[in-house]
Design a protein around this ligand. Structure first.
Ligand code: CUA
Length: 160
């Protein structure tokens, strides 16, 4: 079969593009631990405040790391200030009391959607102590731009 030279070039070019995209995904997942949260756990969005999983909100630190339990709502995160240890795995467990919100810890790989009816969970480790801004990055209403919280990553041995 006789394939036109230009057609051959485009076939090779599109093949290389697919390889480039797949490489990006593999490097992102294996190299940088970037993966979409896929923890499927449901919750009644009308009863999040009474749900035992979200009754005690805030940070719990143990020997292995920390767990953050937090509720997102129009237009705040509850609690709005968090202290977690540096260099230890921190597991975030989030849910929404109303509509879809975002949860992005600016400057880190901590970023997930917070969807009513589901518990969003991800684990990450913060290497650099300091103060981080948490923002809602899903438009959720008129005061969406005011929806923020603060994360303090405390150096080893530091007390909140
Ligand atoms: Cu919550 Cu935007």
């Amino acid at each position: 079969m006789n394939v036109d030279l230009y057609e051959k070039i485009w076939m090779w070019a599109s093949g290389l593009l697919i390889i480039a995209f797949l490489t990006t995904i593999v490097v992102g997942v294996a190299g940088s631990s970037l993966q979409p949260p896929s923890h499927v756990e449901t919750i009644d969005p009308t009863k999040v405040w009474n749900d035992p999983r979200f009754a005690k909100r805030g940070v719990t630190v143990d020997d292995h790391g920390a767990t953050v339990v937090l509720i997102a709502m129009m237009f705040a995160f509850q609690p709005a200030e968090l202290h977690v240890p540096a260099n230890r795995p921190v597991t975030f467990r989030l849910t929404s009391a109303d509509v879809i919100h975002g949860f992005e810890i600016v400057g880190t790989n901590g970023n997930t959607m917070v969807v009513p009816g589901y518990v969003s969970q991800f684990t990450t480790t913060f290497r650099t102590p300091g103060e981080y801004l948490i923002v809602c990055n899903e438009y959720c209403g008129l005061s969406h731009h005011l929806m923020s919280a603060k994360l303090f990553v405390d150096a080893e041995g530091a007390r909140p």
